[in-house]
Design a protein around this ligand. Structure first.
Ligand code: AP5
Ligand code: MG
Length: 211
């Protein structure tokens, strides 16, 4: 799943994971897990993540490699937020293959509205929105009853920085996958389109490739 911050990568990948029966791997979640557990790596990368900067390629590749060597990844997986640079894409090619790159296209105005009101579960990482995808009980996760919080990088000045960095460092990677003919676009111009509708569109794209 490819796209700017707040384009819905996590929202759609978590639902696709259930439908396709393969794990959803968000490198952002892997980073936040290291920080939460206060590991040595977590302490080193905290500053990058909270300021909306990319974590160095070697660190993020190490985290990814460890995750995809787990048995549940043997049948495939959905990557969310990886790769984000050409070196990361090259590293991925050494350890695995890619089938499709789903490119989420969402205007900045929608992204900013969504991120300023995003809520994330502290326990299981599920994603909600105070305005557009509310939890059943305010402040609590529908799935595990965990506490919902606002991510440190979801503050207005950090959001702006993440959007700029996405354009500079990550968007050029699309060219790399366009040359492989693996990019499929999903455009979403409104704040609220039911996620299930978008997920259905993605599944249709995947099926079209199989036929
Ligand atoms: P990461 O966690 O991946 O952040 P990101 O790329 O900025 O993307 P987000 O998670 O903010 O957005 P999303 O596209 O998942 O949107 P979501 O589904 O939540 O990375 C965090 C940090 O980790 C990075 O800044 C970096 O430091 C580090 N990192 C991670 N990977 C790295 C890498 N490869 N290299 C280097 N560093 C790396 O949706 C957003 C909101 O919109 C939610 O509230 C949701 O409910 C709502 N929403 C979504 N879709 C809809 C819809 N259809 N209708 C209504 N609301 C919707
Ligand atoms: Mg995400």
């Amino acid at each position: 799943m490819f796209g700017p911050p707040g384009s819905g990568k996590g929202t759609y990948a978590s639902r696709l994971s259930v439908k396709l029966g393969v794990p959803h791997i968000s490198t952002g979640d892997l980073v936040r897990e290291e920080i939460k557990n206060q590991t040595e790596m977590g302490k080193r990368i905290n500053d990058y993540s909270s300021r909306g900067l990319l974590v160095p390629d070697n660190v993020i590749c190490q985290l990814l490699q460890k995750r995809i060597s787990q048995p549940d990844c043997a049948r495939g997986f959905i990557l969310d937020g990886f790769p984000r640079t050409i070196p990361q894409a090259q590293e991925l090619e050494k350890i695995s293959t890619t089938d499709l790159v789903i490119n989420l296209r969402v205007p900045d105005t929608v992204i900013i509205e969504r991120l300023e009101s995003r809520l994330t579960c502290r326990s299981c990482g599920s994603i909600y929105n105070e305005r557009f995808l509310k939890p059943r009980i305010a402040g609590r996760c529908d799935k595990c009853d965990g506490q919902l919080y606002q991510r440190e990088d979801d503050h207005p000045n950090v959001i702006q920085q993440r959007l700029e960095l996405y354009r500079k460092q990550t968007q050029p990677l699309l060219e790399y996958y366009l040359r492989k003919n693996q990019v499929r676009n999903i455009s979403n111009n409104e704040t609220h389109v039911p996620p299930e509708k978008v997920v259905e569109e993605i599944i249709n794209m995947i099926q079209a490739e199989r036929n």
